[in-house]
Design a protein around this ligand. Structure first.
Ligand code: BEZ
Length: 249
C-alpha cells in the first residue's frame, strides 16, 4: 500500500468539517482547567486549541509531520508519533481522539498505549468511523479497482468496528465504558467527492499516473453519484460515527 500523506492547506479548504463536527466530542470530553490531555491524531491542532481554551494543557501526537508542523504553528505542543506506538507513561488526565482512530488498524496496541498514557481513572473519549462508514465510497473504489487491473490491488486502510466489537476491545484493554453509540451522520462535501478522494484516499492514488488518477476519480464519482449526490443537497458522504467515553479502571 502507498503512504497516506496530508497537506494541511488542502485539508483546511476541503475538510474543515472534520474539526467543526468534532466539537461535540470535545463537549463529551468536558476538559477541565489544569488538566493534561493527550490529543491522539491531533491533525492541524484545531480541536487541541479548542480544548486548551477551556484551560487544559494539550499534547498532540500525529503520524503526519506536516500536520504536527501545522499544530505547532497554532501553538500546540505536538509530536510525530504513531498511535500504535505511544510512549507516554501515566501522565494524562484524559486521551481525546477525533476522526483518527480509524487510521490505526492495530487497535489493541493503540488501546494499550492509551491505557499506559493515562493516570488511574483517566478518561478515553473519542469518535471515529463505525462499521458501515463510507461504505458507498469504499464500494466505488473497489469497483474501480476491479475494472482496472493496472491499478493493482485495493487495500482498505481503515478500521471501522461495530459498537459491540469496540466496546469489547475497550473492556479487555482495562477500560470501563461509560458511553458508546453509533451515530449515522451524512456529511456534506461542499467541494465535491473528487476533492474528498484526493485528500482522504491519497494513499490509493499516490502511486498512480496523472491519467490513472483522473480515471479513478471519474469512475468513483460516477459510481457513487446515484447514492451520494442530489441537485438540491449536493454531495453528501455516508459517514457513520462511533462515539465513546471510557475510563481507565
Ligand atoms: C472519516 O472521518 O470517517 C474518514 C475520513 C477519511 C477516510 C475514511 C474515513
Amino acid at each position: 500500500m502507498q503512504h497516506q500523506s496530508w497537506r494541511p492547506d488542502q485539508y483546511n479548504t476541503h475538510a474543515s468539517f472534520v474539526s467543526s463536527l468534532g466539537s461535540s466530542v470535545v463537549d463529551l470530553l468536558q476538559p477541565q482547567r489544569g488538566e493534561r490531555i493527550l490529543d491522539l491524531g491531533c491533525g492541524d491542532g484545531t480541536l487541541a486549541a479548542k480544548i486548551e481554551s477551556a484551560g487544559a494543557k494539550v499534547v498532540g501526537v500525529d503520524s503526519s509531520p506536516e500536520m504536527v508542523k501545522a499544530a505547532r504553528a497554532r501553538g500546540i505542543e505536538a509530536y510525530v508519533m504513531s498511535g500504535d506506538a505511544l510512549t507516554f507513561n501515566g501522565e494524562f488526565d484524559a486521551v481525546f481522539s477525533n476522526a483518527a482512530l480509524h487510521w490505526m488498524k492495530n487497535y489493541p496496541a493503540v488501546i494499550r498505549g492509551v491505557d499506559a498514557a493515562l493516570k488511574p481513572g483517566g478518561r478515553f473519549v473519542g469518535e471515529f468511523g463505525a462499521d458501515g462508514n463510507i461504505q458507498r465510497l469504499i464500494s466505488g473504489m473497489e469497483a474501480s479497482f476491479a475494472r482496472n487491473p493496472d491499478f493493482g490491488t485495493f487495500n482498505n486502510p481503515w478500521f471501522f468496528p461495530s459498537e459491540s466489537a469496540y466496546a469489547a476491545a475497550l473492556s479487555s484493554g482495562g477500560f470501563a465504558v461509560d458511553h458508546i453509540a453509533v451515530i449515522p451522520r451524512p456529511t456534506p462535501l461542499t467541494t465535491g467527492v473528487r476533492e474528498w478522494l484526493r485528500i482522504f484516499a491519497d494513499h490509493v492514488i499516490s502511486g498512480f499516473t496523472q491519467e490513472q488518477t483522473e480515471r479513478f476519480l471519474a469512475e468513483v464519482e460516477d459510481d457513487v453519484r446515484a447514492y451520494l449526490y442530489t441537485p438540491e443537497g449536493g454531495w453528501v458522504a455516508d459517514y457513520v460515527r462511533l462515539r465513546f467515553a471510557a475510563r481507565k479502571s
